[in-house]
Design a protein around this ligand. Structure first.
Ligand SMILES: [Zn+2]
Ligand SMILES: [Zn+2]
Length: 332
């Protein structure tokens, strides 16, 4: 099969012919129809949580074409996606609480098994999630990391009726966070310095756009701040716009420390790190997409052009999520 292989740390992504994986006990083979690129792919290419040569991609969706021995709850032809965490060890405290995403020995897509930037993907049957009917592959893929993460952040912030949600950063995660917050019925504010994105934000039905934490505070503040920026400097700045008892949900990754001030103590602000919540939140995130209340804006690329897609992700040029189509090798 054809796959996008990262040959070594910081190496250029190369399309190579590699063996199509063979299914083992409890596993399925998926013909990949769409695979989203995430900024985490960039961190992995630069050496975080990755081995080389390796196939990345943790937003894969497609169609099951083969079942391994013992698989009873999936069928050939099922439309599925696979999130970052497939299965846990089944034996630790996290697994015993049905929280395999917090298991230290979990099996991760594009981490412990090859990822989705390839024609076929091997996955554990229990790691697959059925796609809702009517949701296309290319719009489903980014829900498996970006949509799942931002919806988990909203759920974990435990918003109360009447609270206001602000979203820092309008990119792959942020453009979805704005839509989920609004779809769930909360007054939503965008925090961005990118003036060129304001017409798009208004088109989502979101009127209030501010440029930083000070402007957010002047505009009345927010109870929940969904921090999707990869800059902790921008994150700390935006936290200044939180109301008392506010929750800052941190999703971005910056290798600099998050330098918080003692001024958060009097208003009792909570800072909560978010990776992904329980599988139930992924189900909910997919439902919002299936009914059209949340729509991923995607740029699609044939597998042969994944290098271009990667460069656009690195440079922050994608509007707003890049998806490769391994079922289309070349344009046209
Ligand atoms: Zn991701
Ligand atoms: Zn475990």
């Amino acid at each position: 099969m054809k796959a996008a292989v990262v040959p070594y740390v910081n190496g250029p992504w190369e399309i190579r012919e590699i063996p199509t994986p063979k299914v083992g006990d409890g596993q399925v083979l998926i013909k990949v129809h769409a695979s989203g690129l995430c900024y985490t792919d960039v961190h992995q290419t630069r050496g975080s949580a990755a081995k080389f040569p390796w196939v990345l991609g943790h937003e894969p969706v497609g169609e099951i074409v083969e079942l391994g021995p013992g698989v009873w709850n999936r069928r050939i032809g099922d439309r599925v996606g696979v999130p970052w965490t497939q299965v846990g060890c089944g034996r630790c405290g996290a697994c015993m609480r049905n929280e395999a995403h917090l298991c230290a020995s979990s099996i991760g897509t594009g981490v412990d098994l090859h990822g989705g930037h390839a024609e076929y993907l091997l996955a554990y049957a229990d790691g697959t999630v059925l796609l809702p009917e009517g949701l296309s592959y290319e719009l489903a893929a980014p829900i498996f990391c970006a949509g799942y993460t931002v919806w988990s952040a909203i759920r974990m912030a435990e918003p109360k009726i009447g609270e206001r949600i602000a979203v820092l950063g309008v990119g792959g995660l942020g453009h979805l966070a704005l839509q989920y917050a609004r779809a769930a019925g909360f007054e939503t504010v965008a925090v961005t310095k990118s003036e060129d994105k304001i017409p798009f934000i208004h088109s989502l039905g979101i009127e209030l756009v501010v440029s930083d934490g000070e402007e957010l505070a002047k505009a009345g503040g927010a109870d929940i701040l969904l921090c999707t920026s990869n800059s902790y400097e921008a994150t700390v700045d935006a936290i200044r716009g939180l109301r008392p008892n506010g929750r800052a949900m941190i999703m971005g990754i910056d290798h600099n420390p998050l330098a918080l001030s003692w001024r958060l103590i009097a208003p009792q602000i909570r800072v909560i790190a978010v990776q992904m919540g329980p599988r139930a939140y992924l189900y909910e995130a997919l439902q919002y997409a299936a009914c059209g209340k949340v729509k991923v804006m995607v740029e699609e690329f044939p597998l042969a052009n994944i290098g271009t897609a990667y460069d656009r992700v690195v440079n922050g040029q994608v509007r707003f999520r890049a998806v490769v189509r391994p079922d289309i090798f070349k344009n046209g």
